[in-house]
Design a binder for this molecule. Structure first.
Ligand code: ARG
Length: 460
């Protein structure tokens, strides 16, 4: 007979290489707290329904708490032979307390046990992610507030398009993060379902009380179908999806920050403490954090693809393929949390070069739409105004000047609607202040966004 907890029907021990191949202890040990909490609730339930004596329950309780202490102090020795966190803990418990320990797994399978642990782990991780998202949102709002009046060129096709407020640009990311926050709240809600009691796949002949376990472990709902309970990895797919979308947002921000701190843009300067140098080129100061976050995005998206692919052809119920759910998930959790935390710091240390941004707006034609709108306000149809403004731009390019420098007599040759007030209409501040439509870039609209953001964060 094999020494394994499941060794009864085996006449040979497991091949050493196979042991190593199928073990998950190297990574699922991260769920030791969840595994112990789950076992404490399970044994309390078994005692409550009379399957376990009070004496055995107390011994299990003490034994599990001792193991928790050993793991936390680093004294616990994990064994590959025992495959995973579930059997490592159960075997140690049984070694320590004898028979009572071997009663713990009554009415339970590792299939519903691992599902329980992972649900609890994801729940806890979502709470961490939400905290980090909120922290980055705070940093964005602080920077937007501190640079409320800074004007920069807004871009389309990476060509200067119209003047906007820098705060407006930052608040666009705030909006993305708000949706990320909501998405993760959704992940929480659909993770908050209790699988234990499904047994291996079909439930159990023993008189368990699943509601009791759910209540002890603070679950909102219970899986109503045992096959679904042990096969479901939707919550992991959802976590990875929400994480991927979030990382894509951070990656877009990264790309912009990398551009902004290039000499060509020089819109921002990152704190020395957040950059690295070159081993060869003494002058270099590189935006590694942003580059790494941009790079790590691929990794998280990869984990989502790996998991979607792993489950796509799986028959019900448990299959060992499902053990592949954890490494990518854990890595995604770490990557998202680390990236968000680092980004909050980066934004807080980022200096904004208002003068350079302002110059980029002045030395440009990004006020050409405002010139057209000026004519529209004087009664000209927009298509015609667009053409007149375009002719003014062409004239300026020919003379090597900007719209603000073109003499009124030249404007009036293009249209008699032009008057002295045109120069006020195309100043950067006027262009920005004028875009006062709801959600626009005007000082007033951006102030409203900031107020709403502060209210939202007070709630979060
Ligand atoms: N280590 C396994 C996993 O992570 C636990 C469940 C194994 N169940 C089984 N019958 N082999 O999925």
């Amino acid at each position: 007979m094999s020494e394994k907890l499941w060794g009864g029907r085996f006449s040979k021990t497991t091949d050493e290489m196979i042991n190593e191949f199928q073990a998950s202890i190297a990574f699922d040990r991260r769920m030791y707290r969840e595994d112990i909490a789950g076992s404490l609730a399970h044994s309390a339930m078994l005692a409550k329904v009379g399957i376990l004596s009070e004496e055995d329950r107390a011994a299990i309780d003490k034994g599990l708490r001792d193991i928790l202490g050993q793991i936390e102090s680093g004294a616990f020795e994990f064994s590959v032979e025992l495959e995973d966190i579930h059997m490592n803990i159960e075997k140690r418990l049984t070694d320590a307390i004898g028979d009572a320990g071997s009663r713990l797994h009554t009415a339970r399978s590792r299939n519903d046990q691992v599902a329980l642990d992972t649900h609890m782990f994801v729940r806890r991780s979502v709470v961490e992610v939400l905290g980090h998202i909120a922290e980055l949102q705070h940093a964005l709002v602080e920077s937007a507030q501190a640079n409320k009046d800074v004007i920069m060129p807004g871009y389309t096709h990476l060509q200067r398009a119209q003047p906007i407020l820098f705060a407006h640009h930052l608040m666009a990311y705030f909006g993305m993060l708000t949706r990320d926050f909501e998405r993760f709240q959704g992940v929480y809600a659909r993770t908050d379902i209790m699988p234990l009691g499904a047994g291996a796949l079909a439930g159990t002949t023993l008189p368990i009380d699943r509601a009791f376990v759910a209540q002890k472990l603070n679950f909102e709902r219970i899986y109503t179908n045992s096959l679904d309970a042990v096969s479901d990895r939707d919550y992991i797919l959802e976590f990875l999806s929400a994480a991927s979308i979030l990382m894509v947002h951070l990656s877009r921000l990264s790309e912009e920050i990398i551009l902004w701190c290039s000499r060509e843009f020089s819109f921002v300067e990152l704190d020395d403490a957040h950059c690295t140098g070159s081993s060869m080129m003494p002058q270099k100061k590189n935006p590694d954090v942003s580059e790494l976050v941009r790079g790590k995005t691929g990794r998280v998206v990869g984990h989502l693809m790996a998991m979607l692919t792993a489950v796509k052809g799986l028959p019900l119920a448990y299959n060992k393929d499902l053990q592949e759910d954890k490494e990518g998930l854990f890595d995604a959790i770490d990557t998202v949390n680390f990236s968000l935390a680092v980004y909050a710091q980066l934004i807080r240390g980022m200096k904004v070069r208002a003068d350079v941004m302002r110059h980029a707006v002045e030395a440009d034609f990004s006020n050409a739409t405002d010139l057209a709108d000026y004519l529209v306000r004087k009664g000209m149809p927009f298509r015609q105004a667009h053409s007149v403004s375009g002719q003014a731009v062409a004239l300026c390019i020919e003379r090597g000047i900007w719209l603000i420098d073109l003499p009124l007599t030249d404007y009036q040759k293009l249209s008699n609607l032009f008057a002295e007030d045109v120069y006020e209409a195309i100043r950067p501040e006027t262009c920005v202040a004028g875009r006062n439509s709801y959600g626009g870039t005007s000082y007033e609209q951006v102030a409203m966004q900031l107020t709403a953001a502060e209210e939202l964060m007070a709630e979060e």
